[in-house]
Design a protein around this ligand. Structure first.
Ligand code: HEC
Length: 163
């Protein structure tokens, strides 16, 4: 009798490790919660970073009227006070042929992508101190996105892509 009960006690002790799977499940659950939290935090950060509004090329054509005092664009565009803007999106600053850029622009090291253009069009002299572009800047995110969408349509040869 004694031996039997002793064995029972041992079995009882051996039972204890069976509690582990439960702990493992708890761990998995807390990992899942942690992962979900991380995803939530990182996507919240994404929303914080200013996501520019989608641009409309047609609205951008109207915004471009503000630029036309100095700039031309399209198949017959000529340099004047300011350089032709054909194909400017994606091009390094200061590259349109036969225009006499300021050294500030030419040596800026900038490539005109959506990010650099947005900053430049908002405050040209802040992004390129000493630029010849004396323009107070566009104020609204929407008009900046729109005019960039408009500029994007023109290839380097001035041809406008069909939408
Ligand atoms: C008052 C005249 C004037 C107005 C208005 C003006 N710009 Fe300019 N822009 C210039 C001049 C001058 C330069 C050459 C800058 C330099 O060399 O420093 C220039 C340069 C640029 C460049 C850089 C081109 C390159 O090849 O590096 C972009 C892009 C540009 N302008 C876009 C615009 C847009 C878009 C508008 C309208 C929202 C606008 N500009 C309005 C005069 C103007």
């Amino acid at each position: 009798m004694y031996e039997i009960s002793c064995r029972h006690q041992n079995e009882g002790i051996n039972d204890q490790p069976q509690a582990l799977p439960g702990k493992k499940e708890l761990n998995r659950l807390s990992m899942l919660v942690l992962t979900l939290l991380l995803i939530a935090v990182s996507s919240a950060r994404g929303q914080d970073a200013a996501i520019p509004p989608a641009g409309s090329p047609d609205a951008g054509a109207l915004v471009f009227k503000k630029c036309m005092a100095c700039h031309q664009i399209g198949p017959n565009a000529q340099n004047g006070i300011a350089p032709v803007l054909n194909g400017v999106v994606g091009r390094p600053a200061g590259q349109y042929p036969n225009y006499s850029y300021s050294s500030a622009n030419k040596n800026s090291g900038l490539v005109w992508d959506e990010r650099t253009l947005s900053a430049y069009l908002r405050a040209p002299a802040k992004i390129v101190p000493g630029t010849k572009m004396i323009f107070s800047g566009l104020k609204r995110d929407q008009e900046i996105s729109d005019v960039i969408a408009y500029l994007k349509q023109f290839a380097a040869d001035g041809k406008r892509s069909v939408r």
